[in-house]
Design a protein. Structure first.
Length: 220
């Protein structure tokens, strides 16, 4: 028990020193295991764990999802998703917030990461909402909440890791996440409607797009 508390305290101190959590946890784990069991067995165990994890076929999908998300972000697809959603709902009060949630759902279905979704949509949607005069609590709240759709809507890196740990069929996990993910997106949009109903000035309406502009936005 004492060793566990000391290890937790060491990780906490390293985190306060701005050491990345992955390195902090790895360093504390290796040092603690070396002090308890000896450095020889620790080195052998660490090498085996690194090899098994690095060459695990099922885990290879996680960095590939992240790589695909980076490709999509660099290619500007997030901007296209946001522009297409805004063309259809941007003329309503809170339309930019709705467009942000819809774009988060679309981008999350590609990259599978909540952090990547929130970071990307911050660059894409926040300047537009700021320019149109959206309240900060609405614009930041929508991006933060919409970012969580990245792990709800398949494919999801968290679902992959959960499936590996619990030995659950990953395809079934993906299938089971579609409806809850879409339901969460719908509930978030209802939340925006409620906020706008209480404070109409929090989300001003944008310019109505014509149907040719909407079809052009869908084509990208």
């Amino acid at each position: 028990m004492t060793e566990a508390l000391l290890g937790f305290a060491a990780v906490f101190v390293l985190a306060l020193l701005r050491v990345p959590l992955a390195f902090a946890m790895g360093l504390v784990g290796v040092v603690g295991l070396g002090l308890l069991r000896g450095w020889g067995p620790t080195a052998a165990s660490a090498a085996q764990v690194v090899y098994d994890t690095g060459f695990a076929y099922t885990l290879s999908v996680v960095p590939l999802f992240i790589l695909m998300g980076n490709f999509v972000a660099r290619a500007g697809l997030a901007h296209e998703l946001f522009r297409a959603a805004f063309a259809f709902v941007g003329h309503r009060k809170g339309g930019l917030a709705h467009a942000t949630i819809m774009a988060c759902a679309g981008f999350g279905a590609i990259c599978g990461s909540s952090i990547a979704t929130a970071a990307t949509m911050t660059r894409v949607a926040y300047p537009s909402m700021k320019k149109l005069g959206y309240a900060d609590y609405l614009s930041t709240g929508v991006i933060a909440a919409g970012g969580t759709l990245g792990i709800m809507i398949p494919p999801s890196t968290i679902m992959v890791i959960y499936g590996i740990v619990t030995e659950t069929h990953i395809g079934k996990l993906f299938a089971a996440g579609v409806v809850p993910g879409l339901l969460c997106a719908g509930l978030l949009m209802l939340g925006v409607v409620w906020v706008i109903h209480r404070k109409p000035d929090a989300g001003p309406a944008g310019v109505r797009a014509t149907w040719p502009e909407r079809w052009a936005a869908l084509r990208g």
